[in-house]
Ligand binder design. Structure first.
Ligand SMILES: *[C@@H]1O[C@H](CO)[C@@H](O)[C@H](O)[C@H]1NC(C)=O
Length: 141
């Protein structure tokens, strides 16, 4: 190898490294949402487990985030990674202490709930009858 070729080879190696690092830093975790609205085809327990598997570690949710008909307190900490939802968010008829959507910055509303709402929050309770959730969540956003 001549000196010139060596420099060229070194440059190529550097270039590859640079490209690797850029793709690594740009990598975001993407998942798809649901479009069930308020219909439940599964038991709440099964639905919760599916949601947890789908959304754990997810940063960009392509579609709608629907949390509905959760009939007991679950740990929703898996929502913490979500930064963006491209469709709508529907949170209805649940019991929960809090929904930790701390990282959520954007609801794009590319699809809307009932053709009108990018965010729809309805009837979320604690078992003792107090309203919950909305307040907890709103304080983060
Ligand atoms: C919820 O789950 C997360 C992660 O699995 C855990 O760190 C956290 O302690 C749990 N919170 C409650 C209240 O159980």
């Amino acid at each position: 190898m001549t000196a010139h070729q060596q420099v060229l080879a070194l440059n190529l190696v550097l270039l590859c490294c640079l490209q690797l690092t850029t793709t690594q830093t740009q990598e975001v975790s993407v998942c798809s949402g649901t479009q069930n609205a308020l219909s439940a085809s599964m038991s709440p327990e099964v639905q919760y487990n599916i949601m947890r598997d789908m959304y754990s570690g997810c940063q960009i949710l392509m579609g709608n985030l629907e949390i509905t008909l959760m009939d007991q307190h679950h740990n929703f900490s898996f929502l913490q990674s979500i930064r963006e939802v491209t469709g709508y968010i529907l949170i209805a008829i649940n019991q929960f202490h809090s929904l930790p959507l701390d990282q959520l910055r954007v609801i794009r509303g590319n699809t809307l709930y009932e053709d009108r709402f990018a965010l729809y929050v309805l009837f979320n309770y604690q078992k003792d009858g107090q309203y919950s959730g909305c307040e907890t969540w709103a304080s983060h956003t």
